[in-house]
Unconditional design. Structure first.
Length: 322
């Protein structure tokens, strides 16, 4: 009998959990000869999400929960769920049902053929999403695919069904600042992409505002590309070449016309431009140094406060789960 583990990161999802429960039961009943395990990961919610998880666990032992000591982010929630999963196949989906649970049937059938190691969903459109957010997201995917060796599909969700082999490969990458979409791509494996129409949340509001989305995109670029560092080198060389020829121009002009070169305006322009480029370059280098700084500290990716899983309870008593 195959076993499928469903990992569902949650943060302030008390209004969505009743709908999620109903949809999951409907989907699980549609599978024959398949055992299910549901791991709900609470990212230190400020509402009744955790208590509702506990109630689900009491009603149905197939529902397990992990609760963090503070908000460690969605990527840490996914990592905790992947690490705790025991299924032959493992999937990640959002609690707000923007990821259609009914696609699990098609994903499972695709993996059972043995032709694929992963079946992943992507949005065929972005209807209902703010225009600016959609445009920036499209530009990000185009940029990251050009400057990195990890190809990412535009509109791709974290919602995917993976074989145990692929899950083990993802968990083996223990970097602290995780960009999971990039990791899924980097580990490789044969993936079948399944399109679906964009859905609105069944309840609640988005937990990823524009500022957080921008920071997440920046993390992805730094984690999977050194192109910005190469760009700064090219930019620096270009400025040096420009400065050299401009100096030659000033000398020739002085020798030919014997006129005093207006100094202050041109000097200030060059200085301001030079300082601006310098700080830009230092800022880009600083992003990479910051990532290195966070990695070398080897802090845990999350800390478990309480859990229905025995292994995570033990790790929680130790103070950390890496």
């Amino acid at each position: 009998m195959d076993k499928i583990t469903l990992i569902i990161p949650c943060y302030n999802e008390q209004s969505a959990i009743p709908f999620l429960k109903k949809e999951l039961y409907k989907v699980m009943e549609g599978f024959e000869g398949v055992e299910f395990e549901v791991i709900l990961v609470d990212n230190c919610s400020e509402d009744d999400t955790l208590s509702m998880m506990k109630e689900l666990h009491r009603e149905d032992p197939r529902f397990q929960y992990i609760s963090f000591s503070r908000n460690f982010g969605k990527d840490s929630s996914m990592y905790a769920g992947l690490k705790a999963s025991t299924g032959d196949y493992v999937t990640i989906m959002d609690a707000d049902l923007q990821d259609p649970p009914e696609l699990l049937h098609e994903m499972y059938e695709a993996l059972k053929t043995g032709e694929y190691d992963c079946a992943a969903a992507y949005r065929a459109d972005r209807k209902g999403e703010p225009w600016l957010r959609s445009v920036l997201a499209e530009r990000f995917y185009k940029l990251i695919n050009k400057i990195s060796d990890a190809e990412m599909v535009s509109g791709a969700r974290d919602f995917r069904l993976m074989t145990r082999q692929m899950v083990d490969a993802v968990v083996s990458l223990e970097e602290s600042e995780r960009f999971t979409k990039g990791i899924f791509s980097w580990v490789g494996f044969r993936t079948k992409w399944i399109p679906f129409e964009n859905r609105e949340r069944v309840a609640g509001k988005t937990k990823l505002p524009m500022r957080s989305a921008f920071s997440y995109a920046l993390r992805g670029i730094v984690a999977f590309s050194t192109a910005p560092l190469v760009l700064t080198s090219i930019l620096g060389m270009g400025i040096c070449v420009f400065a050299f020829f401009y100096t030659i121009f000033v000398i020739i002009r002085q020798l030919v016309s014997h006129e005093a070169v207006p100094g202050y305006p041109s000097l200030m322009c060059v200085l301001l431009f030079g300082f601006g480029i310098t700080f830009l370059v230092l800022g880009i280098i600083g992003q990479y140094l910051a990532q290195m700084y966070l990695e070398v500290k080897h802090r845990p990716k999350y800390i478990v406060r309480e859990s229905s899983l025995a292994g995570d309870k033990d790790d929680g008593r130790q103070g950390a789960v890496r």
